[in-house]
Design a protein around this ligand. Structure first.
Ligand SMILES: [Zn+2]
Length: 97
């Protein structure tokens, strides 16, 4: 399991992977089936493995696992919210959700 700071790193990689996947789709018009999403999210799995020594092949699973424990990363500053129930970001005050 990742701690808060490690989760912030992984979620940042996840965000970049999501962005890259979206841009690829926009540029190529490829369908989700054609895209081989796993290739785009491989950096998330690699980062997780570097931090924990544990190999997981499902980036969504990694994210959901951590969000269940800590809450999602702040949409404004990327700082992980302290709990899934947090109403705003501890770091910058951005309302959650
Ligand atoms: Zn914030």
């Amino acid at each position: 399991m990742l701690d808060e700071d490690e989760f912030a790193v992984v979620s940042d990689v996840y965000r970049q992977s999501t962005k890259a996947a979206k841009e690829f789709r926009k540029d190529t018009g490829a369908s989700l089936e054609e895209m081989k999403l796993q290739n785009f999210f491989e950096p998330v799995c690699e980062t997780y493995e570097q931090l924990t020594g544990e190999r997981l092949d499902d980036a969504d699973h990694i994210l959901k696992h951590c969000i269940a424990k800590y809450g999602p990363p702040c949409a404004n500053c990327g700082r992980v919210l302290r709990t899934p129930e947090a109403s705003k970001c501890f770091e910058c005050g951005q309302p959650a959700g």
